[in-house]
Design a binder for this molecule. Structure first.
Ligand SMILES: NC(=O)c1ccc[n+]([C@@H]2O[C@H](COP(=O)([O-])OP(=O)(O)OC[C@H]3O[C@@H](n4cnc5c(N)ncnc54)[C@H](O)[C@@H]3O)[C@@H](O)[C@H]2O)c1
Length: 669
């Protein structure tokens, strides 16, 4: 057994490891709000120490108190393992089942420094999207996964492994909950407090569910969004050549925008205040050029417009300045959006204009009330500038980061005339909902646990063939989807999308997902693919997420404020064969604003795996289509009727349409 395997099996070491110096080269989480009272701090420390033998409490108490004072959280830095953190080939993990080894592969990917946003604070993306709260939890989980059999299930409470319980081979190996709160305790400051106490965490979507695959995960969705936004604004069916897309954020997910802009064929300007984030995305080739002077930016963009150059430019600075400068200089913006982390506005998600990055980081921890005022003022200024551009013809859409919501809370001029809706649509209302989710198309993904790029190339070819087959008989309603997805998978290798594990994302509907997964399982069985494949998806999908300002923004029967679908989805996946399931509060638009869930499924080439994938994937997609259809969404009614024709065991309650005149007449009198 090698050193890595020994360390995994050891879990929390018996003797204290040496302290590790704070590595200033790494992108660290900002200091979190100092929110706990003295009594609560004692409780946080007591909570942290329960992972360790009492003989170490003296030493660790001082150290953890120092972490709590300095960073606002207890990360237990000393326990960060000294081996390299990355998704190893599956056979390098110690363990008794392929399923748990595959989960270890996925966890290590989420914490890989080239993948994770704040790797030492166990944050994968979105500023606060945590895999675990501290390193003790990581060590224990890896040990449990290495020890357990497929007659057991590991129970995860917001990063904390409650234990391994007896179950059965058909049960999920891991059941994860993140941030589940009593509803009245689910405000932003509740997260600050209960996370600082060490009893909950913000799992985002794919951070706390071990399903993150780097920015590729979002590039595909972003490409589809930009392409379809382009189709919306096209006057004569023209493409995006020479058109300008302005947005912000080069972080975990937002970093996908320039790449997507390039694939969609436009000029992309993406503002980012954090120089480390700019450097990361530029050095990874995800953005072509970096400009830090506003005048130079204007000149560069005008040149690109003249030559219809496909180019992505990072502006190192604040997005508000760009909106204002482009207005002053009359640079026409065709498409506009924003992907700062406004789901997390007070703790590093949004940097207000006119304050340096460093000063903002200090202010949010030391003068939180003042910081809040600055964020609000900045959002009002940003909205004013956006309004000027939209008056000139820019198509602006909310990109699922709670921009419209937070701008409205800041008192910005963002409401529609009726005072209820926002002035601008969210991308789900206009694009992703009706064009994708209602038909069942969503961010299906897979990971080759051999860690071998050749396996990934083989899966790409298999998936492409299947989509081309499906396209032959597909109805006209979904032809455009299939064309876009075939083009995506054909260009996937060339676009060098892999960062971290050998993963691929491909928007597909239930039929596509099932056919592709079955073909993968057969290829593993025949040895063509050399190791198991993990299937999964982003929670941002047809059925996994109830989120009134994002995934379910195009549900208009009032049920967008309910969360039955996400809960049913995860329960249904768990008894239909998922290898692991997760359900989260928060993710995307913010703590308390969304319930989202997902799954992971290991394909190992067996008959059982084939049975599981067929039943579970069918449910995983059609549950959401059924709900969307009940909400009277035409595209979903079309899709669920098609699903019922294909599957005699499916019976879905369909809505009867009401003539609006009846209601209008009633209320007129
Ligand atoms: N619509 C979608 O499909 C979708 C997908 C992913 C993420 N999101 C949402 O988008 C947001 C961003 O996600 P992420 O993972 O990239 O988060 P992130 O925190 O990794 O990145 C956001 C970036 O914005 C930068 N930033 C903040 N304020 C700025 C400002 N005023 N000017 C310029 N840059 C600024 C930050 O420095 C950070 O690097 C989140 O709210 C997320 O939930 C939406």
């Amino acid at each position: 057994m090698n050193n890595f395997q020994q360390q995994i099996l050891q879990g929390i070491p018996d003797t204290l490891p040496n302290k590790i110096p704070y590595d200033i080269e790494v992108n660290h989480a900002p200091k979190r709000k100092d929110i706990l009272t003295q009594e609560e701090k004692k409780l946080a420390l007591k909570n942290a120490l329960r992972y360790f033998d009492a003989k170490y409490h003296d030493v660790l108490l001082l150290e953890f108190k120092n972490e709590l004072d300095t960073y606002g959280r207890i990360y237990m830095y000393r326990f960060r393992p000294n081996y390299e953190m990355y998704a190893r080939p599956i056979n390098e993990y110690p363990g008794k089942t392929v399923q748990t080894k595959a989960i270890m592969h996925m966890i290590q990917n989420n914490l890989n420094p080239i993948v994770a946003q704040h790797p030492h604070e166990l944050i994968t993306y979105g500023g606060n999207g945590a895999v675990f709260q501290n390193w003790a939890q990581y060590l224990l989980v890896m040990k449990y996964l290495a020890e357990m059999t497929d007659e057991q299930t590991l129970i995860m409470y917001s990063g904390h492994p409650l234990g391994i319980f007896p179950s059965n081979t058909n049960a999920p190996r891991v059941v994860v909950t993140n941030g589940m709160m009593i509803p009245n305790y689910s405000k932003q400051d509740d997260w600050e407090k209960f996370n600082a106490l060490g009893v909950t965490q913000y799992g985002q979507m794919t951070a706390g569910s071990y399903m993150y695959i780097g920015p590729q995960g979002i590039v595909h969705g972003t490409t589809i969004t930009v392409l379809n936004a382009g189709r919306k604004i096209a006057k004569h069916g023209e493409n995006l050549a020479g058109k300008l897309f302005l947005t912000s954020g080069l972080g975990g997910m937002s970093g996908a925008q320039p790449k997507a802009g390039n694939i969609a064929g436009c000029i992309t300007v993406c503002a980012e205040v954090n120089p480390k984030a700019v450097y990361t995305r530029h050095s990874q080739g995800w953005v072509d050029e970096v400009v830090s002077d506003l005048d130079a930016l204007v000149v560069r963009v005008q040149k690109a417009k003249e030559t219809k150059e496909v180019i992505s430019i990072a502006y190192q600075g604040n997005i508000v300045d760009v909106w204002e400068k482009f207005d002053a200089k009359n640079v026409f913006i065709d498409l506009g959006s924003d992907q700062t982390s406004l789901h997390n506005p007070w703790a590093g998600g949004y940097y207000p204009v006119d304050i340096s990055y460093e000063d903002a980081n200090g202010m949010m921890a030391n003068q939180p009330e003042l910081f809040k005022e600055k964020v609000h003022a900045s959002l009002r200024r940003q909205t004013d500038a956006i309004n000027k551009h939209t008056a000139k013809g820019t198509y602006f859409f909310d990109y699922g980061n709670a921009f419209l919501l937070e701008a409205s809370r800041a008192g910005a001029t963002i409401m529609a005339e009726n005072g209820i809706d926002f002035k601008y649509p969210s991308y789900v209302q206009d694009i992703m909902g009706p064009m994708c989710f209602d038909y069942g198309f969503g961010p299906f993904r897979w990971v080759c646990t051999s860690a071998n790029p050749q396996d990934l190339a083989k899966t790409d070819a298999i998936a492409c063939n299947i989509l081309e087959e499906i396209k032959k008989d597909a109805p006209k309603e979904i032809q455009q989807q299939l064309v876009d997805n075939i083009q995506w998978i054909k260009g996937a290798q060339e676009n060098k999308l892999v960062v971290g594990s050998q993963a691929r994302i491909l928007y597909a509907d239930a039929q596509g997902r099932i056919k592709i997964a079955t073909a993968f399982n057969n290829a593993i069985k025949s040895g063509k693919i050399t190791a198991p494949i993990v299937l999964g998806r982003d929670h941002h999908d047809v059925s996994g997420t109830d989120s009134p300002f994002r995934e379910t923004a195009n549900i208009y029967d009032g049920s967008q404020f309910t969360a039955d679908m996400a809960i049913h989805n995860v329960i249904g996946d768990s008894f239909r064969g998922a290898t692991w399931v997760s359900i989260h509060n928060g993710g995307g638009v913010g703590w308390g604003e969304v319930i989202n869930g997902g799954f992971g499924m290991v394909l190992d080439g067996t008959k059982e795996a084939e049975k599981r994938l067929k039943t579970m994937l069918f449910w995983d997609v059609n549950n959401g289509i059924a709900r969307r259809s009940w909400a009277r969404n035409d595209e979903a009614i079309f899709a669920i009727k098609r699903a019922m024709e294909a599957e005699p065991n499916l019976t879905v309650t369909l809505p009867n349409m009401v003539n609006d005149n009846l209601l209008d007449n009633l209320f007129k009198s």
